[in-house]
Design a protein around this ligand. Structure first.
Ligand code: G16
Length: 542
């Protein structure tokens, strides 16, 4: 076929370094940008085949999200705006790692297995990218892959990851989810936010103010673009807006969560609400500094608690019997899980790290609130739940109608395709306004157990295998027993380890009754990982 000839010729312009092997990680491929040109070209090919396979538009986002500026990566978006289905992750890995001479046979094999009609010319792929210096040339490589297989493309250029997810969903639902443009996104979310905050008419200017750390990335750019649409309903002071600092360097959601400290250089007044986005604006964490200058973090667990409390209260007022659940990962603070289960009496589920896993579990409920502790998450409403809410808006009156309308506006504000820092931020701001709550009152809902997150370098992180939603290790031999022994020595101790799917490290999480104890446990477990899982670069220091 002439097509294969074209692919073969073009692939020579995007050669694979011989012997380089990459794994499809937590959110796609991610490594140093210099090693990714061939992967991008091939993901353009893959997305085109996936588009033919699903008869729908597929998205390809060039970003390495929270990773440093010199890395890059790719996230693939399925028809409804969700992440690429796991079955195709296997094809993606095979394609990315095929040596040059085998590329065509791997593609043919994939097309045969999935019964893809290659004479069809209806494939369409949406492409977007973050602000990294390598992203423009890498997104050109994706576009090359799409055209090599005669696919159509639409290049959205600089967009946040959740914006591209939104575009894909809008087009595949023929506008049912909204208008597939950045203006459509800004209008939809802003209108919903303005409607919601009308229920809190007495907000002072101070209460409308929010300090936002844009991680020196795409989120800053897009939030600035969106501001006029908000018509003063939120007053954003943007810092780390990309004009001075480096992407994700000493700022951004990952830095703030892991360091449990504010971004470098930010000046916060006591009690002032602040939040940080990550490098592609799909995560958010909140924080503030108290009267004694002490830093307080409100992470994904606190966000999930705030949102689920709000929704549950509205369901009660509206008299709607819908099943609501919160989905977390092993990183969820023990206090949050206890609060949700024992005080709020909501169903709590634990999934493996990676929003694709949480998303899937959340879909089992009428309303599924899912958040990773790192601030990555959203809320999913089943079709039936949305219909019941709409019906109540139309047919009821008084308090029930009021509650149903707030629920309806929340549905419109939430980006249900994936975690979205901008949409989450607006929802949190609206909830705080409606409930008349300060950030301190939100923080006081429950007290986090002190915790620590560490990284350990090993020669091959794949030696670590886990089970039970990553809460236990099954290999290497002896590691889980060592962790169990260490945990026993600390009051309220809990710890687990897992290989990162975005960085070349093993992650260690620990929590305990005091910060000293959580730190000590984290260090002890790091040493066990280093000794039993092939640590490199010197033993971890306390
Ligand atoms: C990605 C995933 C998240 C995950 C994070 C860290 O986030 O989308 O679900 O929590 O990586 O994953 P790991 O611990 O495997 O490195 P992002 O914001 O970097 O795309």
């Amino acid at each position: 076929m002439a097509q294969w000839q074209e692919v073969s010729e073009k692939s020579k312009l995007h050669p694979k370094p011989v012997g380089l092997v990459l794994q499809y990680g937590t959110a796609g491929f991610r490594t140093n940008a210099d090693h990714l040109d061939h992967v991008m070209f091939r993901m353009g090919l893959l997305a085109t085949l996936r588009s033919l396979n699903t008869k729908a538009i597929i998205g390809v986002m060039v970003t390495a999200s929270h990773n440093p500026e010199e890395d890059n990566g790719v996230k693939l978006i399925d028809p409804m705006g969700e992440m690429l289905t796991p079955a195709w992750e296997v094809y993606a890995t095979q394609l990315a790692n095929a040596e040059q001479d085998h590329l065509i046979s791997v593609l043919k094999d994939l097309a045969r297995k999935e019964s893809i009609d290659l004479t069809n010319r209806e494939a369409e792929v949406f492409v977007g990218r973050d602000t990294r210096s390598s992203s423009a040339r890498l997104s050109d490589a994706v576009l090359d892959g799409v055209t090599a297989l005669d696919g159509r493309n639409k290049d959205y250029g600089l967009v946040t990851t959740p914006q591209l997810h939104y575009m894909v969903c809008c087009c595949n639902t023929r506008g049912g989810y909204g208008k597939a443009s950045v203006e459509g996104y800004y209008s939809k979310l802003s209108q919903a936010f303005i409607q919601l905050t009308k229920s809190a008419p007495n907000r002072t200017d101070d209460q409308k103010c929010l300090l936002v750390d844009g991680a020196n990335g795409i989120g800053a750019l897009k939030l600035r673009e969106m501001e006029p649409y908000l018509q003063g309903a939120l007053k954003v002071s943007l810092f780390c807006d990309g004009t001075g600092g480096k992407l994700n360097h000493q700022c951004g959601a990952d830095f703030v969560k892991v360091q449990q400290n504010s971004p470098k250089g930010i000046v916060m007044k006591a009690g002032e609400r602040c939040c940080s986005f990550d490098g592609d604006a799909d995560r958010i964490v909140y924080y503030y500094s108290d009267d004694h200058g002490r830093f307080h973090l409100l992470d994904g667990d606190k966000i999930a608690t705030l949102i689920s409390t709000f929704l549950k209260e509205l369901l009660t007022k509206a008299g709607l019997d819908l099943k609501i659940a919160v989905v977390q990962t092993a990183y969820a603070n023990g206090s949050s899980t206890r609060y949700l289960e024992d005080t709020m009496k909501v169903i709590v589920r634990c999934a493996k790290t990676g929003v694709k896993h949480l998303h899937h579990v959340a879909q089992e409920f009428d309303i599924g609130v899912y958040f990773e502790a790192n601030g990555h998450g959203t809320v999913l409403f089943s079709k039936a739940a949305e219909e019941k809410i709409q019906q109540l808006c139309d047919d009821s009156d008084g308090e029930r109608r009021g509650a149903a309308t707030l629920l309806k506006n929340s549905v419109d504000l939430i980006n249900q395709t994936v975690g979205d820092a901008i949409s989450d931020m607006l929802l949190i701001e609206a909830i705080l306004a409606i409930k008349g709550m300060t950030v301190q009152q939100w923080d006081a809902i429950y007290t986090d157990l002190p915790n620590r997150q560490l990284k350990v370098k090993v020669s091959d992180r794949r030696v670590i295998d886990t089970k039970d939603a990553e809460r236990k290790t099954v290999s290497p031999a002896g590691l889980q027993e060592a962790i169990d022994r260490l945990v026993e020595r600390h009051q309220d101790g809990r710890s687990f380890v897992r290989p990162s799917g975005t960085e070349d490290v093993v992650r260690v999480y620990s929590e305990a009754a005091t910060q000293e104890s959580a730190d000590a446990l984290g260090h002890e477990v790091s040493l066990a990982v280093y000794r039993l899982a092939g640590g490199v670069g010197g033993e971890p220091k306390p």
